[in-house]
Design a protein around this ligand. Structure first.
Ligand code: NDP
Length: 452
């Protein structure tokens, strides 16, 4: 098709993925990025092709689509579409979040599930790749409507998941409230109290530090990247973070603790700029308690301004940019602006927030770049730690979980960096993370054989 691979094998696989999934641009984007990185791997190791690893890894083991009908507060029947992709179970039970957002479709779920395979492998914990969600829009819904939707969603999902089979978690639109309703319904249906979901409340099997984990993890990863590749740190840096949800809030908290000044946050309507540094307690009140819009911040904090339109957040001058909202939120034009304004480091808190063109521009300009599957793996890693605690029927302290998270993130950086070096692309962590994540899964797939 339009892209030319050096390897005829990768070309064949990519062309076939394009032909079979022609209407799934996000999925094709994610596959293309990984396959480009695998050129030196397939060139070095013919057993990858002999075992059909790449054509198997791009095809989900299972993809479930289902109707979710529920009754709104006016007594009207509503219908949404639910999904679960069980992409790869070579190294452990499927693991990956559930997203509730109107943009959810097969392409988005498959891109997220595909990415999750490599991310989970990078954590070094035994977790396969999965993802799910629905095009349900939680915005403006009452608590009761959210509860009824979650119960209906779980009524079908419960047929496909289990503590040793597939363990979902949160993602966009799915936080503590939704996980609680989902868990309650699973337990009601199955009459079993198991660690079938992560991100649970602390009173019923959740892990301390899971809420903070993705945002903290992005900062731990970025700090290590800055330290090893530039002998630098967060201290004294100006940081712009997009989004104002779970990942953005806790990335802000950790960046501030590490001595940076975070000056901007956004939601899908627009962004706030606070030259004095974002006051996180105000953001938490607005987003976590009131579930209101980020524009409220500028009404409450003197000196802060609100600008309509979320994409323009990248025009705010900064040293470090952490896109933590959603896919493809940072395009080539935004990358040019950030580079012109002197950005030294970009780490992806969200999944695939940078377009392929934007990523290439950062790499070409020598900007340190932390790809999502490495930089934001702290969330799923801590979900893995929640699974361990559930299996042990024990709870670890915040400090214990946080210390494990930090060491996992530091290891992920070094594994990705070392792989980039070994395969001739030193410092390119996109390539390094893809290769390091892939090799472990490929090895497990080879050992497990192919079913005839
Ligand atoms: P939340 O729902 O808590 O927050 C999402 C934030 O992103 C909100 O501020 C939301 O604004 C904004 N946003 C969502 N969609 C869009 C859009 N189309 N355009 C602009 N802004 C948008 O989600 P999370 O913080 O949990 O997730 C954020 C990202 O991080 C996602 O890409 C997710 O996949 C990824 N991630 C999350 C993990 C986790 O543990 N939670 C783990 C690893 C990755 P609004 O309120 O206006 O919709």
């Amino acid at each position: 098709m339009e892209f030319q691979f050096k390897s005829a094998y990768l070309q064949r696989v990519y062309d076939s993925v394009c032909a079979k999934n022609a209407n799934e641009p996000e999925f094709l984007q994610a596959v293309k990025e990984v396959l480009i990185s695998l050129e030196p791997v397939v060139a070095r190791d013919p057993s990858i092709e002999q075992n059909g690893i790449v054509e198997r890894i791009v095809e989900p083991e299972r993809f479930v689509q289902f109707r979710v009908s529920w009754v709104d507060d006016n007594g009207k029947v509503q219908v949404n579409r639910g999904y679960r992709v069980q992409f790869n179970s070579a190294i452990g039970p499927y693991k990956g979040g559930l997203r509730l957002h109107p943009s959810v479709c097969a392409s988005v779920i498959k891109f997220l599930g595909f990415e999750q395979i490599f991310k989970n492998s990078l954590t070094t914990l035994p977790m396969g790749g999965g993802k799910g969600g629905s095009d349900f829009d939680p915005k403006g819904k009452s608590d009761n409507e959210i509860m009824r939707f979650c119960q209906s969603f779980m009524t079908e999902l419960s047929k496909h998941i289990g503590a040793d089979t597939d363990v979902p978690a949160g993602d966009i639109g799915v936080g503590a409230r939704e996980i609680g309703y989902l868990f309650g319904q699973y337990k009601r249906l199955r009459n079993e109290f198991t660690g079938v979901l992560t991100g649970k409340g602390l009173s019923y099997g959740g892990s301390l530090a899971r809420t903070e984990a993705t945002g903290y993890g992005v900062c731990y990863f970025t700090q290590e990247m800055l330290s090893c590749m530039k002998q630098d740190s967060f201290a004294g840096k100006t940081v712009v973070i997009s989004g104002s949800g779970n990942v953005a809030i806790y990335a802000t908290q950790k960046a501030q603790e590490l001595g940076a000044k975070v000056v901007a946050l956004s939601d899908s309507n627009g962004y706030v700029y606070d030259p004095n540094g974002i006051q996180l307690d105000v953001v938490k009140q607005i987003k976590e308690v009131e579930r209101a819009r980020i524009s409220e911040y500028a009404k409450r904090v003197p000196g802060a301004t609100y600008t309509e339109g979320c994409k323009n957040i990248w025009t705010v001058k900064c040293d470090i940019a952490l896109p933590c909202a959603t896919q493809n939120e940072l395009d080539a034009e935004a990358a040019d602006t950030l580079i012109k304004n002197g950005v030294i480091c970009v780490s992806e808190g969200a999944n695939m927030p940078c377009t392929l063109e934007a990523t290439q521009k950062f790499l070409d300009a020598g900007v340190l770049f932390g790809p999502a599957k490495a930089a934001n793996a702290g969330g799923v890693a801590t979900s893995g730690l929640e699974m361990s605690q559930n299996s042990e029927r024990l709870s670890w302290s915040f400090e214990e979980v946080d210390a494990k998270l930090k060491s996992i993130m530091i290891n992920i950086f070094h594994n990705a960096y070392d792989a980039s070096k070994e395969y001739g692309a030193e410092g390119n962590l996109v390539v390094g993370a893809n290769i390091a994540g892939f090799l472990k899964v490929a090895d497990a797939m080879k050992w497990q054989g192919v079913a005839y």
